[in-house]
Design a protein around this ligand. Structure first.
Ligand SMILES: Nc1ncnc2c1ncn2[C@@H]1O[C@H](COP(=O)(O)OP(=O)(O)OP(=O)(O)O)[C@@H](O)[C@H]1O
Ligand SMILES: [Mg+2]
Length: 337
């Protein structure tokens, strides 16, 4: 698998009247072609903000962004943070694309689905309207919209939620991008449709050999679709590992807490969700200590009150497995079990 994306020391900060909101702090990760990297974490942990920064979708005048995002596209490598808006615009929709929870944020209510996909194609290709519509129908076919040639002329409100999501995927993939970021792509759909849309995404990924960043709250989805996982907490990656390592050998108390909060079918009788107690810290004036320490059940196991005094680094705990926690790997293994 070849390297597609390198994120190095990415920071995203919003200056506000109350102070600087540090929404992403020193993010470092990589993505290969054909690979699915999941990003999980509670609401407000910085999943969307980081992804929007990769796609160049923040308002540059109101956002402080530093670090590097290097996209190794089909025509060479580009560092996106220092690149001009024009360069980024040339890559967005072509080499990289993003889909969102709400398809109506990407689809215009007044134009037919086919016209919109055709337009997304025309931005990056020379060709007639007819060529564009042909391509749109081909894409609608690919995402399994029945009677694609007919339905291409319909409007978003004539599509069901699941079909709108498919249409948005068709539009995102019309130029065969190498990177797709899917931000909670199925959260608004019912469970059966959700599974179908995720399966479709996986098929598309194989077809186009895309690198996919999948943002989700659903750890079940992660287990089924992701190769690797970044767990985010208060703007930082607190753990990163292959999906099996993360599930079976979690190295961060936050991840352990998230996994404990998954409902399990075999515990339906005395069902109790062990949601993590407490709330994440304010992203303004983040503590210098570990941001999770106030909620952590295990910080007392670390000698000298270290967790409340300094910030743990993202440290290698096992091969390809990193966590931002002072607890030694052996101690974590004990608490996990
Ligand atoms: N334009 C902005 N100005 C100030 N703060 C912002 C801005 N955009 C986002 N934030 C803050 O940045 C933090 C991270 O937000 P983000 O949308 O990335 O969270 P998330 O992990 O995607 O959450 P969710 O799971 O709810 O989608 C939040 O605290 C949010 O309030
Ligand atoms: Mg989000």
């Amino acid at each position: 698998m070849s390297n597609l994306l390198d994120v190095k020391g990415l920071n995203v900060t919003f200056p506000t009247v109350d102070g600087e909101v540090r929404a992403s702090v020193d993010l470092n990760f990589e993505l290969n072609r054909g690979e699915t990297l999941a990003i999980v974490g509670e609401s407000g942990s910085g999943k969307s903000v980081s992804s929007l920064a990769i796609m160049g979708l923040h308002n540059r005048a109101q956002t402080l962004i530093s670090g590097e995002v290097i996209l190794h596209g089909s025509k060479g490598s580009t560092e996106l943070i220092s690149a001009s808006e024009e360069t980024v615009r040339g890559l967005r929709g072509k080499e990289m694309a993003m889909i969102f929870q709400d398809p109506m944020s990407s689809l215009h209510p007044y134009y037919s689905i086919g016209a919109q996909i055709s337009e997304a194609w025309a931005i990056h290709n020379d060709g007639s309207k007819r060529d564009g519509m042909k391509r749109a129908i081909q894409m609608l076919d690919l995402v399994e919209i029945p009677s694609a040639a007919k339905r291409a002329h319909e409007f978003p409100h004539q599509f069901s939620g699941g079909m709108r999501q498919r249409a948005m995927i068709a539009m995102a993939l019309v130029n065969n991008p190498s990177l797709l970021i899917a931000d909670e792509p199925t959260t608004a759909l019912d469970v059966t449709v959700q599974a179908q849309v995720l399966q479709l995404l996986q098929n598309m990924q194989k077809e186009f050999n895309m690198g996919v960043i999948l943002i989700t709250h659903d750890l079940g989805v992660v287990a089924e679709f992701a190769d690797r996982v970044n767990v985010m907490y208060a703007g930082k990656i607190v753990e990163t590992a292959g999906v099996e390592d993360l599930y079976y050998r979690s190295m961060h108390p936050y991840t352990i807490g998230l996994l404990r909060s998954i409902p399990r079918v075999d515990q339906i009788d005395n069902h109790r969700l062990d949601a993590i107690k407490g709330a994440p810290p304010s992203l303004i004036n983040l503590p210098i200590a570990c941001s999770f320490a106030p909620r952590c059940e295990y910080s007392s196991l670390v000698p000298g009150g270290l967790c409340n005094q300094s910030q743990p680094e993202l440290e290698q705990k096992e091969a390809e497995h990193f966590a931002r926690c002072f607890l030694p790997a052996e101690r974590i293994a004990e608490v996990r079990s």
